[in-house]
Every structure is written in C-alpha cells, then in structure tokens.
Design a protein around this ligand. Sequence first.
Ligand code: SAM
Length: 188
Amino acid sequence: MERSEAREFWNQRYLEEPWPEEPSPWLVTLLDRLGDPGRVLDVAGGTGRNALFLAAHGWTPTIVDASDVGLGLARRRAEELGLPLTTLRRDLQREPLPEGPWDLALVFHYLDRDVLPTVSQVLRPGGRLVGAIATVRNLERHPRPPRPYLLDEGELPGLLPDVELLDYREGWFDDRHEARFFAERPSC
Ligand SMILES: C[S@@+](CC[C@H](N)C(=O)[O-])C[C@H]1O[C@@H](n2cnc3c(N)ncnc32)[C@H](O)[C@@H]1O
C-alpha cells in the first residue's frame, strides 16, 4: 500500500462492515503474565478491541493508528463502556511511534517491517510487547490479508532483535495461521 493510502483504505474498510469487538484470544491468555497495569500503547490498534480489553483490567491505553474512522469508533465504545482511552492519528510509515516509555506495547495484525523492530525503543526497560500477525500459510484458507501483509514462516523472531522472547508460537489458531509473540525489553 502506498504511503498515503492507509488512512483512506482503512477508513473505508471500517465504514463498510463492523470490526470484531472481542479481544485477541492470545492477549486474553496472557493477561495474568503482563505484570502490573500501567501505560499501554496499541500500535495500529484500529477500533480498540485489545486496548479496551486492557482498559477494563486497569491499564491506561493509547491507540496510535492511521484511520480516524477506526479511532472514532474506539473512542465511542470507550465512552459507552466508561473506560479511559487516548487516541493518536498517525501514519506510521511517515511519522514516529509515540514516545514512551510504555510499560506494554501491542502489535496485532499490523505488519510493517520497518516499524516492528523499533517498537522496543519506546518501551521502558523491562517493558513488554505482545502481538499476533498472520503468516503466509494463512493464504491456504483465506484470501486476505494479501501477501505483503503476511509474515514468512519463521520470520517474526528476526524482526524483534532487541527483545527477549518469553513465549513464541506459530501455527493454526482459530482457523488463522499466526505468529504469536510475548517479549520483554531487557532491563539493562
Ligand atoms: C488489520 S487492522 C488491525 C487492527 C487492530 N490491531 C486489531 O487487531 O483489531 C490494521 C490496522 O492498521 C492500521 N494501519 C495500517 N497502515 C497504517 C499506517 N501506515 N500507520 C498507522 N496505522 C496503520 C489500520 O488503520 C488498521 O486499523
């Protein structure tokens, strides 16, 4: 996708059909291992299903995303639920990640091979990173996401050179082939 297209594409996508509101099962599984609630950055967090799940468990979330429509939906749902939420509209191909330090960062179903390796830089020492991104094998069952947004098999650890992987799984989960990761920025 060309640099200026992300906002238009995702605005249209979010207007056309509802996005799931349920959090990622991977994030739900990890909830008890995330540490004490603090500040969490949801990178390309869209309509906020994961950020709001954490807000309901005491975290203070910020979503950064290119889509003002997605962020508007997230803010509306946060208001309905009475949960805290900050949103920042940024095209991460052109603008930097919001400075931290963040206690936790999420990267779910957003693949930018320039951005992903830099997420650790906005974490505090000891901060954590959680995410899931589909791999190329997902095409065996689903036409989308298309190839440019899919990881090669076994590619993900090489995109996270500055963190320690605490848990890493790659396989079919709920009919999707994903790389699921849980990592920590070393304390020193
Ligand atoms: C597949 S959706 C995933 C949304 C959310 N992480 C989730 O799992 O529900 C991809 C998200 O990435 C965002 N996105 C795509 N390109 C972007 C860019 N260059 N900068 C910021 N956000 C971007 C889109 O607006 C969209 O919300």
